[in-house]
Write a protein that binds this ligand. Structure first.
Ligand code: PMP
Length: 395
């Protein structure tokens, strides 16, 4: 009989020449467990998804309750499903007033698709401006605004009329003009290796967009739900976008995405054509119930606020001559080593030291620290001890 490991390689579509290949039987809080009792501290959160930890009891309870009522009923936007309504109302209550109309989809890429379409439809323009080393997903439109050739060149032609400008370069913002439909930006660039905007940069993007009637889209797929120390990065920078894109932690561990705008902007999807965006499963009731419960946990347990001190603890404990830099906000951190080879070895050896680590797509000399926000101080100290011995043993 073949092992799961063999079946994984035989029957699951592979996209990596070196997948992590960890078999997990159970996950709870900040830990994952293998079939023979192996224990791994999760420093990735499934890439910024499991903000409230694995299987938070309140999230599990919400999922079970919803499963007992109904699963999928109808394509999005026709029937009144209380998990969607409840979650949309709660999200709107936490966002700036104009961001009150929420279109639920299934993933980040799909939310980006919806946001770009909405901007084109609302402005009647086609030009989209995006930034070097931005990542917005893997579908055609999302690839078209990916600021790195490596993962997209083979899939050309992509959508036309897109313009790439350098992130944090003030002068190139004059490319935003009367032809621009929208500017799409991650307020903190994640896959670029956690790059923060320079002071005043997001504000100037906002100013240029408003001046020229272009819509500003913030992709907060990774920065949302407390990860950087505030509920959303927009709370940190006080810049309100016209469209906000959310996913990952939005579903509390279930697949869910959303693009969010004012009611006026969103309503442009109602006419010419009607049904301007369609999804079968978007806003699945079980996912919305899980997301709502997870959001309540983030608020009640003050997880966003806790990230600030937890981030400082990581930075304090992680002292090693091989670490060139630790940058980032809250629990979205990039640990920069001396070379990409060191990063590869450290990530590959992490499980043998009881840790799960991961790469950044566009920053080969750093690895990511993005644990569940529920991680305790003792668990952080344990993670740092393990990381330091991992560095000693590996490099
Ligand atoms: N935007 C950002 C900033 C992301 O990090 C990602 C995924 N890593 C996406 C969009 C795409 O999300 P998904 O993988 O759910 O399509």
């Amino acid at each position: 009989m073949l092992t799961n490991r063999q079946l994984f390689l035989l029957h699951l579509g592979q996209t990596s020449s070196a997948p992590l290949m960890l078999e997990i039987e159970k996950a709870e809080g900040a830990f994952m467990y293998g079939p023979s009792g192996e224990k791994y501290l999760d420093l990735v959160s499934g890439v910024s998804v499991s903000n409230t930890g694995h299987r938070h009891p309140k999230v599990v309870e919400a999922i079970k309750n919803q499963v007992d009522s109904y699963l999928h009923l109808m394509v999005y936007g026709e029937m009144i499903q209380s998990p969607q309504v409840k979650y949309a109302e709660r999200l709107a209550s936490l966002l700036p007033e104009q961001l009150c109309s929420i279109y639920f989809v299934n993933s980040g890429s799909e939310a980006v698709e919806g946001a770009l379409k909405l901007a084109k439809r609302y402005t009647g323009r086609s030009r989209i401006i995006y930034f070097t080393n931005s990542y917005h997903g893997s579908t055609h439109a999302a690839l078209s605004v990916q600021g790195n050739e490596k993962y997209r060149n083979a899939f050309r032609p992509l959508i036309p009329d897109t313009v790439q400008i350098d992130f944090n370069d003030f002068s190139s913002l004059n490319r935003i003009d009367d032809h621009t439909a929208c500017v799409i930006v991650e307020p903190i660039q994640a896959e670029a290796g956690v790059i923060l905007p320079r002071t005043g940069y997001l504000e100037l993007i906002r100013e240029r967009c408003s001046k020229h009637g272009a819509l500003l889209i913030f992709d907060e797929v990774q920065t949302g739900f407390g990860r950087t120390g505030t509920m959303f990065a927009i709370n940190r920078y006080s810049v309100v976008p016209d469209i906000l894109v959310l996913a990952k932690a939005l579903g509390g561990g279930m697949p869910l995405g959303a693009f969010i705008s004012s009611r006026e902007i969103m309503s442009s999807l109602i006419n010419n054509p009607q049904l301007g965006h369609i999804t079968t499963f978007g806003g699945h009731p079980v996912c919305c119930a899980a997301g709502f419960a997870s959001l309540e946990v983030i608020v009640e347990e003050k997880l966003a606020e806790s990230c600030v001190q937890k981030s400082a603890l990581f930075k304090k404990e992680l002292n090693h001559p091989m670490i060139a830099d630790i940058r980032g906000e809250g629990l979205l951190l990039a640990v920069q080593l001396r070379s990409p080879e060191h990063v590869q070895k450290v990530i590959a050896n992490a499980p043998s030291h009881g840790l799960v680590l991961d790469y950044f797509l566009f920053c080969s000399d750093a690895f990511r620290i993005a644990p569940p926000l529920v991680i305790s101080d003792d668990e952080i100290k344990y993670a740092c001890r393990q990381l330091l011995s991992l560095l000693e043993d590996t490099i």
